[in-house]
Design a protein around this ligand. Structure first.
Ligand SMILES: [Zn+2]
Length: 310
């Protein structure tokens, strides 16, 4: 039986679409979380600088070998520090997407500050990549209620930060409608592999084989019925040799077992827009905000966040 209620007709008879998207964070996460002492943390800095310096050339070679293009979400500061990595990606046909300026969470900023850093990152990404930037992924997925308006006002065609469906859907608020290309925390490499004491992140490190099994289980479940698979990976994590080998095995498995369309998210968004405009497929619409504020039913309680039950 089919699981998807609203399967997508993908181009050229493809039975599913897949994108190995990467967030090229480099050491921005450490800098934003520990602004006063990040510069002294050589161990963690070196682990994350591995992304633009060692992993990106390797990933570019792998994608070239398999004739695939994908999307790399880049904080503006990372593009300024590692312009050669961003140019190498752009020259190889990959899409550069917006990922904040210094990996700042929109929900930890005022709307004015969010707009300032959004604009600053957008300027850098356009200048360094030479691309028109049309896609966004919020740092740490932490989109704010102000973010869709920023994206709509700047001509973005999609967001890929949320997890509310298996197939593309539309988010609608007072600023307009925005296409969401959803992913899942299951397809993020961070919970599988990230182990950074300086960020108080100490996940048990998975083997590449176990992580591959998890990632592919999501693919196999919808690969024959019009599904969408969007991996959220990080070059410094998944670009290391054994994990890169596992990625190659995944690509080969996907090609062997399904008629898969590998494409940058901007091209997937353009296809969806064509379907909607042509009336051949309609997405589900999610209205924002989900809730107006604190729930009225819960207004008068003394409950405090983080307070243990007594
Ligand atoms: Zn990130």
């Amino acid at each position: 039986m089919n699981l998807l209620a609203n399967p997508v007709p993908w181009p050229n008879g493809a039975t599913c679409a897949a994108a190995f998207t990467f967030d090229l964070d480099a050491e921005s996460v450490l800098q934003v979380e520990r602004p006063d002492d990040a510069h002294e943390k050589l161990f963690s800095l070196s682990m994350m600088r591995y992304g633009p310096q060692v992993a990106i050339p390797r990933l570019v070679r792998i994608f070239r070998e398999y004739d695939m293009r994908s999307t790399f979400f880049v904080p503006g500061w990372v593009a300024e520090r590692y312009p050669d990595a961003v140019k190498m990606l752009a020259d190889s046909g990959h899409e550069i997407g917006h990922h904040g300026y210094l990996h700042e969470s929109p929900n930890r900023l005022s709307p004015e500050d969010e707009q300032y850093w959004f604009d600053r990152a957008l300027d850098s990404l356009r200048r360094i990549s030479g691309q028109q930037i049309v896609g966004y992924r919020a740092p740490s997925f932490d989109m704010s209620l102000a973010t869709p308006g920023l994206l709509n006002r700047n001509g973005f065609t999609y967001d890929s930060s949320l997890m509310g469906d298996d197939v593309p859907y539309v988010m609608r608020d007072t600023s307009g409608s925005l296409l969401e290309l959803p992913t899942s925390i299951i397809l993020d490499d961070w919970p599988q592999f990230a182990h950074v004491w300086d960020l108080a992140t100490t996940n048990q490190i998975s083997t590449p084989r176990r992580a591959k099994e998890l990632f592919l289980s999501e693919f196999d479940a919808v690969a024959q019925e019009g599904g969408l698979w969007v991996g959220v990976w990080h070059p410094w994590i998944s670009g290391r040799p054994a994990r890169a080998r596992a990625m190659i095995e995944m690509i080969e498995h996907m090609q062997k077992t399904a008629k898969v369309w590998f494409a940058p998210l901007a091209e997937i968004a353009a296809h969806i827009r064509t379907l909607i405009e042509g009336g051949t497929w309609s997405p589900r619409v999610d209205d924002l905000p989900y809730h107006a504020g604190r729930l009225p039913e819960w207004e008068k309680t003394s409950w405090q966040r983080g307070k243990a039950a007594e």
